[in-house]
Design a protein. Structure first.
Length: 114
């Protein structure tokens, strides 16, 4: 895949991502949840875990297994907001990996999940 094609593919793929916050397994705190639908597959949900002060949704950042969860009650999913305004998926993606630096804006995400 050429670089331009890859960027277009990644952009299209990211349009299939929707972020929510949810309380998982009776936890008092909110977790970051991403709904995704890759081309040709059904929707599924991954949960982000905070590991070493970074939010990750895989057991290995170089392509490990995703932390896939089963959302039985979709009413538990809440839009992520700041000052009453919904945060865009692009902004959340940027906080997870700002400018491709592999550094996570954890304090920003922590505030959104509080």
């Amino acid at each position: 895949m050429y670089r331009g094609e890859r960027k277009k593919y990644i952009r299209r793929l990211s349009e299939c991502y929707h972020f929510y916050k949810a309380k998982i397994d009776n936890d008092e705190r909110y977790s970051l949840v991403r709904e995704q639908k890759n081309f040709g597959f059904r929707k599924y949900y991954t949960i982000y875990k905070k590991v070493n002060n970074k939010y990750v949704n895989r057991d290995n950042k170089n392509g490990g297994y995703q932390f896939i969860i089963n959302i039985v009650n979709k009413d538990n999913l809440e839009k992520i907001k700041e000052n009453g305004n919904e945060i865009s998926g692009k902004e959340i993606e940027n906080a997870l990996d700002p400018k491709g630096t592999d550094m996570c804006g954890t304090s920003k995400i922590d505030n959104w999940l509080s």
